[in-house]
Design a protein around this ligand. Structure first.
Ligand SMILES: [Zn+2]
Length: 376
């Protein structure tokens, strides 16, 4: 903490109608505004690159696209880049490609939640115009950790969904017009806050950790699914041995048949992943070429990168599909090396491949323009 002790941190969230609200807010903050301002605006994964410039021009504070690891500075506006969550960890800005929250990346809840965890009572959360309810849970976290939640008057907001939801989730929200919010921030950020010792918050810590280091894992206690219908299976046991598995529809499986059908299902899933990744590769190449034709070199480079990643991920998954050699085949040395093949592929996916697959999956949404698509 050190020099930052006692200084406020402002986190702001907006969605539909939010650009105008943010512009209006920033235009009213003075050049000597004493707190950093972190901004999440819902944008599609491929859009929003002009946003820092728009925010920079809005008023006297300098606005930048947030970069990972940068230290928070007073009077600076940090805008979440497209397709990344914006987090506050300690006294730094962190970007994460963690799972979408409420269908959005960037989303408000990760910013508010991480700031609440890092800075407790020093946080002022600002919820502006937007539909639905991203930011409501984050606002509750800010308040729970001793921070302040300021909400744009839903009557003034172009879209009142996010303001209404945040009001509903908090006990003492400060509801103001944008003009009043600017005055409120200017006053409140000049008051230093005592850095009280914060109680541990295991649930919020878990949430922030998941966002910062996304590690897809099957939750403990997850059920096995029926290869026939995808419904949950329950095991029938004799002693400790499973003798049969039943699903809710009544499909039943003896253990060996089930294991065989299950590996067939794994194979289908791998094939399906390979096909999607190959599609992604071809599509990205096409998009890169057409971007090149139109002289959009930056987009072209982005699509080329996505194509490379998709190709690497497809190759890694294809490696997993190589049939495991029968145990008695590898009498000679060469086959023994082959036997290590699928395992190596698995390792490759574990390391670089998984990353590439994750990026490719994210990039796939970029191309489709769905998922995060459209501010809402
Ligand atoms: Zn079934």
């Amino acid at each position: 903490m050190g020099s930052n002790r006692g200084r406020r941190i402002v986190v702001a969230a907006a969605s539909a109608g939010g650009v105008e609200a943010l512009q209006a807010l920033l235009s009213r903050l003075p050049a000597d505004f004493p707190a950093p301002v972190l901004v999440v605006l819902h944008v599609p994964a491929t859009g929003g690159r002009a946003l820092p410039r728009i925010m920079d021009r809005a008023g006297q504070l300098s606005a930048v696209a947030a970069t990972d690891g940068e230290h928070l500075q007073p009077g600076r506006v940090y805008v979440a880049p497209p397709d990344r969550h914006l987090l506050v960890i300690g006294n730094t800005v962190r970007l994460s490609h963690g799972p979408r929250q409420n269908g959005h990346r960037p989303a408000a809840d990760p910013l508010f939640g991480s700031a609440a965890l890092a800075a407790g009572p020093r946080v002022i959360g600002v919820v502006l115009s937007g539909t639905l309810d991203d930011g409501a849970a984050g606002s509750a976290a800010v308040e729970r950790r001793g921070g302040t939640v300021v909400i744009q008057d839903p009557h003034e907001s172009a879209y009142g969904g996010m303001p209404h939801a945040a009001i509903a989730m908090t006990r003492r929200p400060v509801v103001l017009t944008v003009r009043q919010i600017a005055e409120f921030l200017d006053t409140q950020t000049r008051i230093l806050v005592a850095a009280a010792k914060q109680a541990p918050d295991p649930e919020l810590e878990r949430y922030v950790r998941l966002l910062l280091h996304p590690r897809p894992a099957i939750p403990a206690g997850a059920v096995i699914t029926c290869p026939e219908c995808g419904g949950p299976l329950r095991g029938e046991h004799e002693g400790t041995a499973a003798v049969r598995y039943w699903c809710a529809l009544g499909h039943s499986w003896s253990p060996e048949t089930f294991a065989e059908r299950h590996s067939a299902a794994v194979e289908r899933a791998l094939w399906s992943a390979t096909l999607r990744l190959d599609e992604r590769w071809r599509l990205s190449q096409e998009l890169a070429e057409s971007a090149e034709l139109r002289g959009h070199d930056e987009s072209a480079a982005m699509f080329r990168k996505a194509a490379d990643q998709a190709r690497a991920a497809a190759d890694a998954v294809r490696g997993l599909q190589a049939p495991a050699p029968a145990a008695d085949v590898n009498a000679d040395g060469t086959d023994a090396a082959d036997a290590a093949g699928p395992l190596d592929a698995a390792d490759a996916v574990g390391a670089a491949g998984a990353d590439a697959a994750a990026n490719a999956a994210g990039a796939e949404d970029d191309v489709r323009g769905t998922g995060d698509g459209g501010r809402g």
